[in-house]
Write a protein that binds this ligand. Sequence first.
Ligand SMILES: Cc1ncc(COP(=O)(O)O)c(C=O)c1O
Length: 374
Amino acid sequence: MTQPIYRDTWAEVNLDAIEYNINQIREQIPQHCSVIAVVKADGYGHGAVKVAERALKSGAEMLAVAILEEALVLREAGIDVPILVFGRVAPKDAAVAAEKDITLTFFQKEWLQEVKQTSLPQTLKLHMKWDTGMGRIGLRTDEELKEIVGELKDQSNVQLTGIYTHFATADEPGADYFNMQNERFDQLLTTFEKVWEDPVAIHTGNSAASIRFPEKMYHYIRFGISMYGMYPSSTVKEERNIDLQQSFSLHSKLIHVKQMEPGESISYGATYTTSDYEWIGTIMIGYADGWIRKLQGMDVLIEGKRMPIVGRICMDQTMIRLDKEYPVGTEVTLIGRQQNDMIEVDEIADYLDTISYEIPCMISSRVPRICTGE
Ligand SMILES: Cc1ncc(COP(=O)(O)O)c(C=O)c1O
């Protein structure tokens, strides 16, 4: 049952854009290559279940999340395709994953040994992670690989179904580091193929790698940020190898409008003082919604025109300097398009000196996500 929505602030998630972006990448990558839709962090803040369902309808064949809890949410929603967990799940919780047919990532021999001691309700599927230069998780050397494969062969309650690595610089200019990671991957793959005969799914590329180097992709790509319509970096955006549509937008409505006299102040700390007679509007969004205080001074759109946020952003409310009087209830767009202007997620990210990934993720669960294009 969907919860009733009483507040005048909401995020819109355009599911048609998810489909459009998947179609864009599918045209780019080789035919033998499929899409893993990355829906961790509640679908990068868009809503994992709805995005996952649409991604699967659009041709994605698998899903990926960061933690076991996120995979369980998808299973509870009735999604029955393969789901890969990127992070390390404690061996004691492997039984939960096995029961729900959730694929886990592993890279430590000791992890396998512990899982061996665990009673699993059915075979646990595993993808092995190789660290070729990200320096985060994964085995790194031929020796580690041979040891871990030896351990795997000795184990009957698990099945190796995939191997993968992750690129650290695929979104940056130049390709030297990317090529070095590919070479390390190929080296490990040569060793692996000498000691392992069964077929496994191989995947290396994220959005940036699949957009920039589609010919280097193996059986799957792990498509995250660009499925949501954002470019992984300005480098990838400038190259424009594919066209993307931003799925996420953020809106509110004026709940109060007043004219203030010259010399009056607004909000905590009285950091903004009117210099003339000014129309000031209030909207119900604040830092508790993830609309953080550093966004003071950023523009919003009203009737397609830009107007600035003035005074400190409060926990639940934000004030805007209007160019004239507007009726209470007028729509305010904080992210997204209004008429001929658009505030892209990238613009907010640049203003905050961060990356687009962070923006929809930081809009808290207090802001309802309303899907369009269902
Ligand atoms: C292992 C792994 N693969 C794929 C992705 C998706 O990356 P992107 O959102 O840049 O497509 C991520 C995201 O951080 C990841 O951690």
